[in-house]
Write a protein that binds this ligand. Structure first.
Ligand SMILES: [Fe+2]
Ligand SMILES: [Fe+2]
Length: 194
């Protein structure tokens, strides 16, 4: 389960199935945010860590393509893209990592929080790929699940290369434990991370 300590409860998939338009709209925004945050990392750390630039620009491109694909599904359903909402899960994860800012480099946490977000999306896309009623959407989410697993590995690899295997893995374990606490308190709804 890509380093995650807790599985998503089965009732999440029921909430997703009940409001597919809401799920797709939230998902479309997640793809945009993923593209945006990859480029923000390039802008902030590309000078000190030039090895990040190429893979993260490629990641931003891929996430933008995913946005187009999810938006296409919304258009097929004649459902508009809803307004962006604040992602409580992502905000909580960032706050949880900021607790140790005095002793942990912010780039290490940005990469590892990125890995956890990709890992959780991957887990949820797997559930959608196995359990949604629509065969078309099951196939769609299967492809996206594979992408998210790749993105998880990209972020962990970048963290390990820059900060060393031991440091990156120890910090990942700390953040994964906090992710599990946050995940357990989230209200379950038709959102990728909700
Ligand atoms: Fe994506
Ligand atoms: Fe991704």
């Amino acid at each position: 389960m890509l380093g995650l300590l807790t599985p998503t409860p089965p009732s999440w998939i029921e909430a997703a199935e009940r409001d597919l338009d809401g799920l797709l709209s939230d998902h479309a925004h997640c793809e945009l945010k993923a593209a945006h945050s990859a480029l923000a990392l390039v802008g902030k750390y590309g000078g000190e860590a030039p090895e990040l630039v190429e893979p993260l620009v490629a990641l931003a491109r891929e996430e933008s393509e995913h946005f187009g694909q999810v938006h296409g599904r919304l258009a097929d359903r004649q459902s508009p893209l809803g307004p962006p909402t604040s992602d409580l899960y992502v905000r909580s994860l960032r706050n949880a990592s900021n607790r140790d800012r005095a002793v942990v480099p912010s780039l290490l946490d940005r990469l590892l929080v990125g890995a956890l977000i990709e890992g959780r999306s991957c887990e949820r896309f797997r559930l959608l790929s196995e359990q949604l009623a629509s065969a078309e959407l099951r196939g769609f989410y299967k492809g996206l699940m594979v992408s998210e697993a790749k993105h998880f590995r990209l972020f962990t690899r970048l963290a390990e290369q820059r900060f060393g295997l031991e440091v990156a893995r120890a910090r990942f374990a700390t953040l994964a434990a906090r992710e599990a606490e946050i995940h357990a308190c989230l209200p379950l709804g038709p959102q990728v991370h909700g």
